[in-house]
Design a protein around this ligand. Structure first.
Ligand code: ZN
Length: 291
């Protein structure tokens, strides 16, 4: 297949800088209500860049944002992008357990539904926390009526990942039902899946890395799923001290924030991108968990 004819998916996980799991030490949940809110800054940048590229994307919005910053959700909807769920509390699936996870996602769907006339079809878990240990999450999502999930990162990582999962959109068993999984973009090199889906990888690594990953997956005839957070487009956000979050945490969250908007603009200029729901017809046949 001609790689230039593959359309990829662009997604934004709409949360505040203080929701990042990496920054919990600096911004505990008990303080969220009182902290300065910045999501609109990054969302406006994302909307402007998508508009300039003539492209619609998927915004996985946290229920907390719909509850506290409804103007952010309204701006996304009025620009014509897809609204999907990023859960409510930004707790990871393994912290919640099956019942609290389902309740958390349900709460976000109830908060988001009034903003859009279209049914909400997609979900992305906090910190890509659908893994082998939290496989029950897929069944719970299907029970809530969701059509697809985009939470599985087929890589080895200290916090997340299902290294042997498919790298392309696939139908997965979800209890008695099925769900479509849109895994995050990876680049397969020397038998290893390297993470290349955007976010920290787009900020920390040279742009050719993401570019090569998109070309490589397109040559396989499959689309890639790229993501970013509004806080990655907001160099002016309040900053946590390295002494509180550790040097690695500081590097992961703050390095190259001022370059990310340019990099996103370059990707949007070079590759065709659309929403996550636009990829659903491309899903390959049923895989067993871990297959
Ligand atoms: Zn998130």
């Amino acid at each position: 297949m001609d790689a230039t004819h593959v359309t990829h998916a662009i997604s934004i996980d709409v949360e505040e800088y203080f929701h990042a799991v990496n920054l919990r030490q600096a911004f505990p949940e008990s303080e969220w209500e009182r902290l300065p809110r910045r999501a609109m800054v990054g969302v406006e940048t994302a909307l402007r860049l998508l508009d300039r590229a003539g492209c619609k994307g998927t915004f996985f919005v946290l229920g907390w944002i719909a509850e506290h910053e409804p103007e952010v959700v309204r701006a996304i909807v009025s620009a014509g992008h897809e609204i999907a769920s990023h859960g409510h509390s930004h707790r990871m699936a393994q912290e919640l357990g099956p019942d609290a996870f389902e309740a958390d996602v349900k709460k976000s769907l109830d908060l988001l539904a009034p903003f859009t006339p279209r049914p909400i079809r997609g979900f992305r878990a906090s910190t890509f926390s659908v893994m082998k240990s939290t496989w029950w999450a897929l069944e719970r999502l299907a029970l809530l009526g969701l059509v697809y999930d985009s939470s599985i990162f087929p890589v080895r990582h200290d916090r997340y990942g299902v290294p042997d999962f498919a790298r392309v959109p696939v139908v997965v068993a979800a209890g008695a039902r099925t769900l479509i999984e849109l895994p995050l973009l990876t680049w397969r090199v020397a038998g290893m899946n390297l993470p290349a889906a955007g976010g920290g990888y787009l900020r920390q690594l040279p742009l050719w890395f993401t570019r090569n990953a998109l070309h490589a997956i397109a040559r396989e005839g499959a689309p890639g799923v790229v993501y970013l957070h509004p806080w990655e487009l907001d160099p002016g956000q309040p900053r946590a001290a390295p002494s509180v979050i550790g040097r690695l945490g500081h590097l992961r969250h703050y390095r190259n924030l001022e370059r990310t908007a340019d990099r996103l603009a370059q990707l949007l200029a070079e590759f065709p991108f659309a929403t996550c729901e636009a990829l659903l017809p491309l899903a390959r046949p049923l895989q067993q968990p871990g297959a």
